[in-house]
Design a protein around this ligand. Sequence first.
Ligand SMILES: Nc1ncnc2c1ncn2[C@@H]1O[C@H](COP(=O)(O)OP(=O)(O)OP(=O)(O)O)[C@@H](O)[C@H]1O
Ligand SMILES: C[C@@](O)(CCO)CC(=O)[O-]
Length: 895
Amino acid sequence: MLRRLWQKPLWRSDKCYRRFIWTLRRQTPYYPYGTLIRSLIFGKQPSRRHTRYMPHFSSEDLSILSNYCNDIKELAFEFTRKDVFLQRDSIKTFLKKCTNLTRLEFTIGESLVDSSWMQGMLQPVREGKLSNLRYLAFYSILFNEPMYSSIITDLAQGCPKIISFETQWKIQADTLKMIMNSFPNLQSISCGILERGGLEILVNKGGRLRKLELGHVHDEITQDMAGRFPILKELTIHKAPKEFAMFAENWTIQQTMMTFIDLDCRNFKLDELCTIMRNCTKLESITLRGCNGLKAGMLASVAMECSDRLKYLTIFNYFYLSDNELVELSDRCRNLKRFAVWGTAKFTQEGYRYLVKNSVNLVTFCGNFKELTTRHILSSIIERGQSNIQVFKTGSRFRLYGRGKLHEVVYVPEPSMVNDDHKLTASILVDFARAAPCLRKLRLDYFLKDLDGKDVVSAIHQLKNLEKLAFSPSFSISQENLSDLDSHPRLKKNLPTRYLVSAPGKVILFGEHAVVYGTPAIAGSVNLRTYLFTEKREDGILEAYVPDIGLDQPVKWNTELFPYSKVVNDKKEEFNEELAESLRSLAEIESDKPAIVRQQQSAACLALLYLFTLLSNRFPETKRGLTIHVRSALPVGAGLGSSASYSVCLTTGLLLNFEYISLTSGSQGAELINKYSFLAEKIIHGNPSGIDNAVATFGGAVLYKKGSMEPLKGLRPFRFLLTNTKVARDTKTQVANVRIKFDKYPGIIKSILDAIQNISDHFKTVLINEDNNITQDTMLEDLIDLNHYLVNSLGVGHSTLDRVREITAQFGLHSKLTGAGGGGCALTFIRDGVPRATIEAVKKSLSLQGFECFETLVGGHGAGALNTNDTMTAQEFMEVGLEWYDGIDSWRYFA
Ligand SMILES: Nc1ncnc2c1ncn2[C@@H]1O[C@H](COP(=O)(O)OP(=O)(O)OP(=O)(O)O)[C@@H](O)[C@H]1O
Ligand SMILES: C[C@@](O)(CCO)CC(=O)[O-]
């Protein structure tokens, strides 16, 4: 056990890493831990989660490691952030001692290191100190840089035994030639794109290749290459050249060693696939994605050609396949171990039933089956009894990660279909547990809304071998139910204790204020966002750090004092005036700040307390503790929806922490976030239309009408300049002032609102019907002017906003107020072709007036979140520059 632990040390936190170094330092001849280490990763630690921890390695640590570890076989270095990396010379000294190294992996951020740095570091390699190296991997670098030629030459000189080369980047033909010449023993190559001329080089020089993975290959394949192609065991092509199908016939004749293929070839025909299967007599694993030329009969042919040979089958998006193909598959392929079908297929429950009942050797069964189909599949497993199934994954969504692309298919149940007969029940789960005693992994990615939490948990307890479980949490499963899972012998409940959440601000193009009265408005998200960090605590305290609104000190509450009795459990989604009232005094902020500031702070706190009380009451009292930190790139109270962005962050953070949604809840999660954030908006705004929180939740550009929302798909990425006049105002007062006018002059105001409605309608019609960008731009400018004057006449204008209009007009640009008006921000449209110099000049003139400008595109991601258990502390969250968060690529967006 000890040996295994030390073989490949992984560190989940700083504490864990420091402890490791500490132990190493104090090792004795009786406990030579260092000699047990075989693999080290100097970078983010691998994890199935979305965020990964990166220890702070120091040169001193490296010298300790090189003193004590004398049998390292695998090393990975990550140079992606300059601030966290090690000295070149310490790595050099370290490498010198790694004489048994067989695998070396670099993940290098572009432009972070230069050629002389790399060459210096690799000196021991050049000197032949790493002569046992066999596997080489380079990630995140561009291969057309001359710098890498010198690295490859260095490595080739010192490591003649290299047999595998991996990168995810484009390889130019010349670079490939150099790689093949440098490493004559290469057996495996994996790269992102193979540039023109590359295939020919592989054919000429890849005589020893056995494993080939290519992201995309240029259309240069020729029949002549077929006979000369290396004899492979494994082939993966993520986007095959056009002629690949024809080529296949001649090529496969000699592919007698091939066991595994993964193909993504649009033009592939059934004949060619059959040829591959017939000729490659050892083929046992087939993955087919997007081979649209393979029409009906494809699976039946696979079954016929491969029969008992086929063990692993994965198919993506084959709409035309029907049940009789599943029958053929299960009748002929008696050794099938894995069946996975993702995306669309015409298979019905009958087909799946047949497959499950007949395929006795199935160990893995996956797909994005609908709930009803899942119910039937489970029933078949139950009817058959004694199943060998170890992995069962199904759900309403699936994600497929290819090379740099992400497909997501979400199944949305039709309301009429969701009746009791279609749902999974806890008793089905219990019976399933009995029928599939070997089950290790289970994913049921539905909102199992109406199941009794207790029954579900007791069903899960029956699955004694279960190691991994995923299902979308629902109201019926309480925290107590979930805690009961802790006693499961193998299942580890591993929910995040820290989340990072973010949501965008918004800009209203047309229809602010009018939208409160039910007319449509057009809005989109902007690339300025609010970020919220949450961390669970066990002491029943809620602590909030909200510096953007002038709260310099954290605010703390004892959550025992919250009025939970006022929460009406089955009406949580409706605004509860009584609950808000009873929290008002707790949310009051006492300080020497002006009353207006204190009022805004109290509103922000009240929104937090309201949502916290509402959502935390399903947890036991001791578990109702949380620390939150909020930071925003949005100016507060400037018309860019800072309050909605804040409300959406709060809601998302709380829904995640109190397990109403999970990081994978997707659009169903987004619906919930939108509903609850509207309640927070009500607290801050009084009478919001809901447009701001809808945009902050769903992102993109929308046509919003109270209660309904239509995404404006295909909207051009219009460019805007936002100018914050820095005149403070609050939305609540502006909306209330318009209401007073409306009540006083209903007829007049109604016709202004109608005119505003026409603007939004006109904008949408022109977008749909007019293809000419110049005409679209001119229309947009006209509508901006019209809308500005119309909202001005509602009394929400301001002299500074007019000043912005005047200044931008001098440069031929059109502006309007945006959001609640009365100060705040103006929106200036930058039509296509406006030179950069003009934009800079406008910005300069506006800043001379004391205004602040931001350039923005409209429409981007809505609310997103990630698990930061292993990657970030609260302190780091507050210290890092906000732009850093946008660079994180593991955000999970809900919509
Ligand atoms: N970063 C933040 N931290 C805490 N509270 C915030 C934050 N941003 C906004 N708020 C809350 O929202 C209020 C500002 O809302 P207000 O609606 O007046 O402005 P806005 O949302 O920026 O503009 P608009 O609604 O016109 O788009 C603040 O007074 C505060 O209560
Ligand atoms: C002024 C308003 O129309 C937009 C505020 O961003 C108010 C609302 O819709 O809630």
